[in-house]
Design a protein around this ligand. Sequence first.
Ligand SMILES: [Zn+2]
Length: 257
Amino acid sequence: MNIIQIPAFTDNYFWLMHENNNKHSVVVDPGACNPILKALDKNNLILSDILITHHHADHIGGINELKKIFPSVNIYGPADKRIPATIIVKDDDIVKLNSLNEEFQVIDVRGHTNSHIAYYFKNKIFCGDTLFSCGCGRLFEGTYNDMHKALTKIKNLPKETMIYCAHEYTLDNIGFAKLLEPNNIHLLEREKEVKKLLKKGLYSVPSKLENELKINPFLRFDNNNIINAVEHHYNKKITNEVDVFKYTREWKDREYD
Ligand SMILES: [Zn+2]
C-alpha cells in the first residue's frame, strides 16, 4: 500500500492511500478539495472512499466539492450530524474498503471532540487530532477522563505503530515537553531531528509510537519525570494518571500556547 502525504493550509496533512495497480484510492480527513485533486491527478487515481475522524472544518471542508466530482464516493465517519457520512462506523467495527487490500479497525478516541474516531490498519493509526508527535489535541468537547482513555488505547497499540496525525505541530510541542523534561535525551535528539527535517522542507510525521512513548508528555502520565514536573509546577500531590494528564494539558493550554 502507498501512502501519499498531502500538506494543506498552514500545518494540516491529508493522507491518501492506494494499492499498486489499482486506480481506486482513499483519503483521510479531506479538509480541502484542491490539494487532493492535484494529488489524485499526479498519481493517476480516482477517489473511492473518504475516512473522517471528526467534524472540524479542516478535516471535512473538502467533502462537498469532492462529492460533486466523485458522486459514488463512500464517506465513512462516526454517527454525528455535523459529519456527512454515508456509512456510519463505531468503536471496534472492522471495515473492508474496495480501494485497499487491507481492513481497518475503528477505535473510539473521543476527547478532542465527542465523536472522534481513529482508523487502525496493520501498525498504522490515522488518529486525526487526538495524538500529535510530542503532543495531543485540545479537549474541545470531551472530558479529561475521555481523552486519557483514548490516549491509553493508542499507548497500548504495538510499539512499531506509525502515528499518522493531522498536523505539523511537532517543534512547538517539543518546546512544551522540554519544560517538563529538560534532560530527556530522546526529546533533545528528536528536537535536533525535527529541526533538520523542517529546514529541508520535509515533514516530522508520521512518527513511531515507540519513540512517542519516550518523548510525548501526554502519553507519559505514568512516568515519574512527568509526575514530578507536574507536582512541582502545581505544588500539590497528584495521585492518579487522569489528574497527571489533566494538569499537563492545563499547563500547556494556560501557560504555553
Ligand atoms: Zn480538530
